[in-house]
Design a protein around this ligand. Structure first.
Ligand code: EPZ
Length: 420
């Protein structure tokens, strides 16, 4: 397994561009199954999860090609299978997002039951209950979710008892081709949900209310397809800004959308960062000062995102004072703590709460990535540790951060990848 070798050093300084959003790209690629005609998708990040989703489309028989502008062209008229196989689903839970589109378009979908992952059990009951409410029959057999609908799905009123990004996306896509109107109450409001709705509407669907907690989807007979460009990745944006805070540097991120991460920018300002922004860029300057510790509680958008919790824990590890971090979305998403403590951090964990007392500098140590965002936290910590840190199992990082060592190089980090 590849490793990252990171030499702790001084402040990050410079400019880096932001790639397309992983968490918008994955549902949008699944949505290509809904379209009668050809679709092209631009600004896709070069990430393992995107590759896996493209492989999944290919395994269904869909014709996928990359054009000269690195846009993805998808022709699902060649689709032969309606089964998302175990060997692909086990590597990426987001494969569940093909369930709604396959069922809505073809009346049948067999998706290997997604297991949990490092951060939690990750159930899919809300996805299944919503599809059943729309008239699907669903059985779990031999480790597969086997969904069928006799004719078109039928629009209905759905109340989500937990705010779920993936379930909102799956049900929005299924409802797009259902007969009649579907209302989804207590829908997730993440910017990636809005991007998916904008994409579906650009291709001929009728999705209203995206970004609010009440979606109204008027089913259409068919979706003709077209072009769409994926939004910038707000979590990648926040991660590079968090690295600038921890290293007391000055970093400008470009090709991003400041309006998609307001809660993160406010929290970074609380650490003492000076933040300026334009339509598609953000500059963060610590003026060489040590960050102040901050407390936070993760919650659904527009509150502070769980995907930025580990990165802020890493900032607190070297901040002035004590910060309390409460993770409310996933039951096991504080795994970066034990690795940070091995680097000299002073963090105690009680249930879903981490109390972080900052130290001036961390100490390099061999550490192991456990999930995507915990790995990012370890990279940030390694940048402010004395000595050379080896981060192992960085395939987690490659799932969500495009060219991380190249981008960090641009900011002056001393980081290299060694094949494991
Ligand atoms: C999406 O995961 C993101 N992944 C996650 O990002 C992100 O952390 C999460 O939303 C929350 O914002 C993608 O978009 C591909 P949820 P998802 O359904 O959809 C419970 C990253 O690092 N739940 O909103 O799986 C669930 O257990 C990844 O980029 C049910 O109980 O998250 C969790 O506690 C990690 N039943 C809570 O809801 C269900 O049927 C929120 O999960 C579905 C979810």
């Amino acid at each position: 397994m590849d490793k990252l070798i990171i030499q702790g050093g001084g402040p990050l300084r410079g400019e880096v561009w932001i790639s397309g959003s992983k968490n918008a790209a994955l549902p949008i690629l699944s949505a290509t199954l809904l379209s009668e005609g050809l679709v092209t998708v631009a600004n896709l990040p070069h990430l393992q999860d995107v590759t896996t989703t493209i492989e999944l489309l290919g395994s269904l028989g869909v014709t996928v090609s990359i054009d000269e502008k690195m846009q993805l062209e998808v022709d699902n008229s060649t689709l032969q299978s309606r089964t998302a196989p175990y060997d692909l689903v086990k590597t990426m839970r987001a494969s569940i997002l093909v369930l709604g589109p396959l069922l809505a378009r073809y009346g049948e979908a067999n998706v290997s039951f997604p297991g949990g992952c490092a951060i939690g059990s990750r159930p899919v009951d809300l996805h299944l209950r919503g599809l059943e409410a729309m008239g699907a029959t669903i059985e779990i057999e031999d480790g597969y979710i086997k969904a069928r609908s006799d004719g078109r799905l039928v629009g209905c009123h759905i109340l989500m008892d937990i705010v779920s990004v993936g379930a909102t996306e799956n049900l929005m896509m299924a409802a797009a081709l259902a007969e009649g109107q579907t209302v989804i109450e207590n829908a997730a409001r993440e910017p990636e949900i809005v991007d998916l709705a904008n994409c579906l509407n650009a291709w001929g669907a009728d999705v209203q209310g995206a970004g609010s907690n009440r979606l109204v989807i008027n089913g259409v007979e068919s979706i003709e397809g077209g072009h769409f460009s994926v939004m910038p990745d707000r979590i990648e944006t926040g991660t590079y800004l968090a690295a600038a805070v921890a290293t007391r540097g000055r970093v400008k991120v470009t090709q991003t959308d400041p309006s998609s991460l307001e809660a993160v920018l406010l929290k970074l300002q609380e650490t003492g960062a000076i933040i300026t922004q334009g339509d598609d860029w953000i500059e963060l300057d610590m003026k060489g000062k040590r960050p102040k510790a901050v407390s936070l509680r993760t919650a659904p958008y527009p509150a502070f995102p769980t995907d930025m919790q580990a990165q802020l824990t890493a900032i607190n590890a070297v901040a002035e004072g004590t910060g309390v971090v409460v993770e409310t979305i996933f039951e096991n998403r504080l795994m970066q703590v034990q690795e940070l403590n091995r680097m000299g951090a002073v963090i105690s964990v009680e249930a879903n709460t981490a109390v972080v007392t900052g130290v001036e500098r961390l100490k390099a140590a061999p550490v192991m990535a456990s999930d995507l965002r915990a790995s990012a936290a370890l990279v940030i910590a390694a940048l402010v540790a004395d000595g050379e840190t080896v981060v192992d199992r960085i395939y987690h990082i490659d799932r969500g951060y495009e060219c991380i060592e190249e981008k960090m190089h641009l900011l002056g980090a001393r980081i290299k990848r060694v094949p494991g």
